[in-house]
Each structure stands twice: as C-alpha cells, then as structure tokens.
Design a protein around this ligand. Structure first.
Ligand code: DGY
Length: 325
C-alpha cells in the first residue's frame, strides 16, 4: 500500500507525477492557503505532508493527525513548523536548503541596488509623467561599488550574497551567533565584527538570519539608530526579524537612508505606512521565486517526503533524533 500524503499548495506537474509514483496523493491545487481546520481535516489519516510557509504545523495539528510521520516544507526557512513538537511525536521534518541560495542572494542584491538607485521610486515617477528632462542633480542615488556591506548571517545564502560583493569591490563585514570557519571567511572575503560594529560601519546592512524567538526584532529602534544616516537596510529573510514600526519611524525621520524589503511582519498585510514612503523598495516575498529554483524546491521537498515515508533518512532532515526512536 502506498503511503497517503497531502500537498497543501499548487506545485509543478513533475512534482505531482513524482509523488504519485510513490504515494497516494491528495493535493490542494487551488493555490489558496488551507485554514487550520481544513488542513487538519484533510491531513487526518495521512502519513505525509508537503507544505509551505503559509501552513502552520503546530501541536494542535499534530494532535489531530496521529498517523503523520513526515512533514516536507517547500522552503529553507521552517519557522512555520514546531520542530520540537514534531520531534516529540517522532515526525520527521525537512526543508529545502541549497537549491535556492543563488536566487535568494540575487534578490537581496536586487533590493540593494534598487534601493541605492531608487529604482522602484523612479519607475513610479516615470509612469506618473514626472520625468520632464535630464538634470545634473536629478534623483541622486548612492554607489554600491566600493561601499561596505554588512551581512547578518553568513550561512549558505549569506555567503552567496558576500561572493557577489567581489564584483563590486566592496568591503564585507559579517556577524553570526558563531564565527564561521577561517577558510569560509577567506573564500568570501568577509571579516567578523560584533553586531554593533557591523551596524556602525556598514553602508548596506543585509539580514540573512532565520526567524526565531532569538532573532525576533533583532533590528529595532536601538539598532537603526546605530546605523549610518546614509545606510540602507535589506531584509530578504523573514518578517519579524525587523521591528517594522521602528523601521518606518527611522525611514520617515531619516535615521537611515532607505530600505529594500521582501518580507514583512504579518505579510501579506504589511503596515500601510510602508506604502506612503518613497525610500523603501518593496517586494512580495519572492526571494527564491525563479522558475528553475521553485521547481527545484518543490522536487527537493517531494524527494525528502518519499525517502522519509519509505524507510530512509531524508537528505534534509531537520530533526535527526526522530531516526533514533
Ligand atoms: C524560504 O525558502 O524560506 C523562502 O523564504 C521561501 O520563498
């Protein structure tokens, strides 16, 4: 008998074809996030879940799904999954690291360059007919090349962001909970500094830390005041890492110059004050959203799920303790 699985969001045909070779698949291809009640109802009696960051896998859901054995998130971030609760019930949880590093780094750079050269603001002005001719002092931006880039979180994506800085001849600083190995620092040409030093010295501060209770509001009023008034903040990791209200106040007051944001608190219902500001470039959580990368993420999640449900250890297992039970 094939294991029964639920796929909560729209995926690609090849993802469903692959899953169907190994599993009995119930898939919600309407591409609307299932509410917690609908999710629990559809997952009941199934042993596998392929889900997205819009689905909460919490103790309530786990309690209602006693047959659940594996959860495959189609994302590298997994703050939507209560990992401790999964582990306590012996449920394997997996994510999709690696396949999205370069695309996500590209988007962080898109936001850096876009905010530095005011691209989203200027496009709005062009469309509104405000461009009446060339002027020397017109809509001046700031240079990215030769500036100092500070990265919070020098994991795989942070390293990909740092590697790209070489082409712009930037100085790269980073801060991590734990300093990375010397050979990695050397390869990406990044120097370790304290959190406050990074904030004080950087022209561009890029956030690439996972969201957790420890990183909740790690950039707030105090941190924004430490940044240069000419600095730009880029968040392409998770909403909640930045205190959005404090950021809006800082952007209005000129405490920092600008921001480039792909993620927000309470997304997609972002704070409406953001919409009134010219000095913020806004994107709708599309860090990994290229066709090739999203296909690779979905297939990685599908493979993790199939391996987990056929007695193997999935390559991207987040809670290896479950294999020892
Ligand atoms: C991730 O993988 O965590 C991304 O945010 C999903 O787009």
């Amino acid at each position: 008998m094939k294991p029964k699985v639920l796929v909560t969001r729209e995926v690609f045909d090849e993802t469903l074809d692959y899953l169907a070779q190994h599993c009995e698949v119930d898939s919600s291809q309407g591409d609307v996030a299932l509410d917690p009640e609908a999710l629990a109802r559809r997952l009941a009696g199934k042993s596998g879940l392929m889900c997205a960051l819009t689905d909460r896998v919490d103790p309530k859901l786990i309690e209602r799904c006693p047959d659940l054995k594996a959860v495959a998130n189609i994302a590298v971030g997994y703050n939507n999954i209560d990992l401790a609760a999964c582990t306590a019930r012996g449920i394997m949880a997996t994510n999709t690291p690696g396949v999205l590093d370069d695309s996500t780094a590209d988007l962080a750079w898109t936001l850096m360059l876009g905010a530095a050269r005011r691209l989203t603001e200027l496009e709005r002005r062009v469309r509104a007919g405000e461009w009446t001719g060339w002027r020397l002092k017109q809509w001046l931006g700031i240079d990215v090349h030769h500036a100092t880039l500070g990265i919070f979180g020098l994991g795989r994506i942070g390293q990909a962001i740092a590697r790209r800085a070489a082409g712009f001849e930037m100085k790269v600083l980073y801060h991590n909970r734990k300093r990375v190995a010397a050979d990695i620092e050397k390869r990406v040409n990044a120097s370790y500094v304290s959190k406050d030093e990074l904030l004080r010295q950087s022209d561009f501060v890029v956030l690439q830390v996972p969201y957790s209770p420890e990183t909740h509001h790690m950039i707030g009023e105090r941190e924004l005041r430490l940044m240069k008034p000419t600095a730009i903040l880029v968040n392409s990791t998770r909403g909640g890492v930045v205190d959005d209200a404090a950021l809006i106040a800082a952007l209005k007051a000129g405490t920092i110059r600008a921001a480039g944001l792909d993620v927000f608190e309470n997304e997609p219902r972002l704070n409406p004050e953001f919409l009134k500001l010219d000095n913020v470039a806004l994107a709708p959580h599309v860090g990994s959203s290229t066709e090739a990368t999203r296909r690779a993420m979905a297939m990685t999640a599908a493979k993790n799920l199939v391996v987990a449900l056929t007695g193997g250890t999935p390559p991207n297992l987040l809670n290896p303790e479950t294999r020892k039970k």
